[in-house]
Ligand binder design. Structure first.
Ligand code: MCA
Ligand code: AMP
Length: 513
């Protein structure tokens, strides 16, 4: 049996392939036939490039249906997909090219010059382009000349399908290596658990360079043979405009906050909807409750990671239990979750400890980093999430059954801003390298829109004068915009404890407002 994840998706395409699979904001329809033929053409192009077995295909392109086809075609051709955030600047992308060693990079035509140069200096990949409109670029030009049929390349369940980089606590990103089994097991589980059907219509407004948009949302619709309304990016009023014709929406908490900020958003708009899913960051109980009051719908919060795909979810089916705000629900079928204390002993219900996970959804490890894989897996093969939580217990006066997991914090120094992860250490490295900076501390503070905002406290070298706007400008030239601190506080010294460790909690308190 061919365990290639694309073969599974393809076997679920609707019998009538003339139906619409993807519809854009401009009313362009991509039928299932188009998806079949488009992926075949790109897969034929990839095959014609004679990439080595296991080759990585990196994509740093704007969201378009063709960008999704590139992902699917990479799987279909038996290669390994490596999506990159479009916000990454040269130095960031260069690290990924160097570390992952892709054989092919597909980039935006506007970035061709620097991507080609960095590719030459790092991985010597072939570089093709795909424009934001999806209709132009050398990838499309060359794919259009290819045959519209392609025999999906056989893959074993443990063969690599994708590498997704996740920020590392030491400042360097780690590539989570995901197999075809990782993708198929999670997609099949969510298909059943969230009751996907061919009648569903998904509003797809998430970026497709992360697990949430690329896997959870897109796989759900593809596996159900359901139509996707494809937005290049999230825009609250556009989403509200589409909602009366849709049934499913998936978003990060910032998106729910932005929907609620629109006066036009309410029960009428949501009348046709059956499912709202939230994840990637904690959903505030206030947002959960306000959403319920305004729309009559209860958001389903679930919990996932790049390394594990989805691991826990509130129930869809009321017979399995209620959706409890503040919790991330139960371990998904086939996934095991345990909460352990510092010595690795299981915590009793209500007790807080480290969350660990095991199952066919968990990645095979980190790309070319066996020591990091060793660090993040226990000797008995469980993955340490770095999140802290408990089963059961009471949140805001509501007692959760012992099967419900609540995340109460993280034991990793991580900021989640609008669903994107930022590791303070990485940003501190960039700030400390700026002229006139003696040292810095980067931390997160509550933010009404992004959930958390990145903030920095910076100490100047003797004789230097630091200006906030200047530091922000310099950082924007080097790192993705979402990582750039929203505020920089120039301080005479950083608060330290008796051991000399910087007290980020003190900084957080001081600058929370
Ligand atoms: C944009 N900016 C941000 C963010 N996004 N700053 C901090 N955090 C962000 N998330 C910057 C912009 O570059 C701009 O900077 C300024 O903030 C205002 O941008 P705005 O126009 O308001 O933002 P936007 O373009 O509307 O984007 C907001 C967004 C977006 C739609 C919420 O961030 C987004 O799509 N987030 C989803 C992330 C996601 O998919 N995460 C899934 C990870 P300037 O003013 O300087 O130009 S997968 C995952 O976590 C796991 C597996 C899971 O469980 O799902
Ligand atoms: P990433 O590295 O982008 O895969 O982010 C994974 C992290 O996002 C997890 O380790 C959690 O800290 C966080 N996360 C994902 N879903 C939720 C959720 N529903 N509630 C709280 N945190 C979440």
């Amino acid at each position: 049996m061919n365990e290639n994840f694309f073969a599974l998706l393809e076997s679920h395409f609707p019998a009538d392939r003339s139906q619409c699979g993807i519809e854009t904001l401009h009313g362009v329809h991509y039928t299932w036939d188009d998806l079949e033929r488009g992926t075949a053409q790109i897969a034929n192009l990839l095959a014609s490039l004679k990439l080595p077995p296991g080759a990585r295909v990196a994509a740093q392109v704007e969201k378009s249906p063709e960008a999704l086809l590139l992902y699917l075609a990479t799987l279909r051709a038996g290669y390994v997909f490596l999506p990159l955030n479009t916000a990454y600047r040269e130095a960031e992308a260069g690290y990924f090219f160097d570390n992952a060693g892709p054989s092919l990079i597909v980039c935006d035509p506007a970035n061709l010059a620097w991507v080609s140069r960095v590719a030459r200096e790092t991985c010597r990949a072939i570089v093709l382009t795909l424009a934001a409109d999806g209709a132009s670029g050398t990838l499309i030009d060359e794919a259009q000349r290819q045959p519209v049929e392609f025999q999906t390349v056989p893959r074993a369940a443990d063969d690599l399908a994708a590498i997704l980089y996740t920020s590392g606590t030491t400042g360097r990103s780690k590539g989570a290596i995901l197999s075809h089994r990782n993708l198929s097991s999670n997609a099949l589980t969510l298909h059943d658990y969230w009751s996907w059907s061919a009648d569903d219509v998904l509003i797809h407004a998430l970026p497709i360079f992360h697990v949430h948009g690329l896997f959870v949302a897109a796989h759900g619709a593809l596996l159900a043979g359901a139509r996707m309304l494809w937005l290049p990016k999230f825009d609250a009023s556009e989403v509200i405009g589409l909602m009366p014709t849709a049934t499913v929406f998936m978003g990060v908490p910032t998106m729910y906050g932005r929907l609620l900020a629109e006066p036009a958003f309410g029960e009428d708009v949501c009348a046709n909807m059956r499912l709202f899913v939230s994840g990637s960051a904690p959903l505030l109980l206030e947002t959960f409750r306000e959403f319920q009051e305004r729309t009559g719908h209860t958001i389903l919060e679930r919990y996932g990671m790049t390394e594990t795909n989805m691991l826990a979810s509130n129930p869809y089916d009321p017979n399995h239990g209620g959706r409890l705000g503040g919790t991330v629900g139960m371990a998904l079928p086939g996934v095991s979750i345990r909460v352990v204390d510092d010595r690795g002993n299981l915590c009793a219900p209500g007790e807080i400890g480290g969350i660990e996970v095991h199952g066919p959804n968990v990645c095979l490890g980190y790309w070319r980093a066996p020591e990091k894989t060793m660090e993040d897996f226990t000797p008995d093969g469980w993955f340490k999430t770095g999140d802290v939580g408990r089963f059961g217990g009471t949140t805001a006066g509501v007692k959760a059954p012992p099967s419900y997991l609540t995340i109460v914090g993280r034991n990793k120094d991580l900021i989640i801003t609008g669903g994107f992860n930022v590791y303070p250490k990485e940003i501190e490295g960039f700030i400390d390298a700026l002229p006139g900076v003696a040292e810095s501390a980067v931390f997160g503070v509550p933010h009404p829109d992004f959930g958390e905002a990145v903030i920095a406290a910076v100490v100047a070298r003797p004789g230097s004068v630091l200006v906030e706007a200047e530091i922000i400008k310099l950082l924007k030239q080097q790192i993705a915009n979402f990582k750039v601190p929203k505020r920089i506080h120039v301080v005479p010294e950083l608060p330290r404890n008796v051991m000399g460790k910087i007290q980020k909690n003190v900084l957080k308190q001081t600058y929370s407002e």
